[in-house]
Design a binder for this molecule. Structure first.
Ligand SMILES: [Zn+2]
Length: 249
């Protein structure tokens, strides 16, 4: 009996050392993080719409292949080089345009699969258009662990607009989400991927710390903070795992 206890103790210590080694190496490595971007979830022929069944299948495949969704905060801390708990294969899932179907379809499917996602909201559409997220829905999703960022006030193509308009789009969208959720909002997804150095300068001055593009790629720790690449998932994307692997090539 005492021998059994001795072996068990030794085994436990070995396991603990292994776990610590795995954890510190995954936190210390400069691993890459795929950032997926979805738009609409539903049943229409738009290339930006994927069916709920397809989203469910994507999440299942990601989980089966070891991917674990991370929060926006974890993603940001990792990029800042902080020593944090990171899964072996982290992935950030994002949704742009704040369609109502994100609440109706994506939100329950994400919860069912114990996944987290980040939703970039067009704040001028909140409680204004019936096909977009309401303030109440945004609050409920946040309470359930979902994360939020700005997608501007009116979905303006920021690189095409005047400095004043860009300032307004970035300032008021941040302010609306901060008032709605009572937290700091520091991430922006550029509508249609349109941004330039002026956009980044204004966003930095307003307290943003991350900018998400639609430039295809896998995010690396050394990437510039306002030029984060993403992997778009369209209705015609055949396989989410292939989409990630092909972009890495
Ligand atoms: Zn958009």
């Amino acid at each position: 009996m005492s021998k059994y206890i001795k072996i068990s103790f030794r085994s436990i210590i070995v396991i603990l050392i292994c776990l610590c080694t795995i954890h510190s190496s995954s936190a210390g490595n400069k691993c890459s993080i795929p950032v997926l971007v979805y738009h609409r979830i539903g049943y229409n022929s738009n290339a930006l719409t994927v069916t709920p069944e397809r989203l469910f299948l994507d999440l299942t495949k990601l989980k089966q292949n070891g991917y674990e969704t991370i929060s926006l905060k974890t993603f940001e801390e990792y990029l800042l080089g902080k020593e944090i708990q990171m899964p072996a294969k982290p992935i950030l899932i994002t949704f742009d345009d704040s369609y109502q179907d994100n609440y109706n379809y994506a939100f329950p499917i994400l919860k069912q699969n114990n996944c987290i996602a980040t939703f970039f909201v067009i704040t001028g559409f909140i409680d204004k258009y019936s096909d977009r997220l309401t303030a109440q829905q945004i609050k409920e999703m946040y309470t359930s662990g979902m994360n939020f960022g700005s997608h501007t006030v009116s979905h303006a193509a920021l690189s095409e607009e005047s400095q004043d308009l860009v300032w307004n789009e970035l300032f008021y969208s941040k302010q609306t989400l901060e008032k709605t959720l009572g937290i700091e909002i520091d991430a922006i997804a550029y509508p249609a991927g349109c941004y330039n150095s002026e956009t980044i300068r204004i966003a930095t001055g307003l307290g943003y710390s991350r900018g998400f593009t639609v430039r295809p790629g896998i995010c690396k720790q050394e990437d510039p903070p306002f030029v984060i690449p993403r992997i778009p998932i369209f209705s015609y994307t055949k396989d989410v795992l292939d989409a990630i692997d092909n972009i890495q090539m």
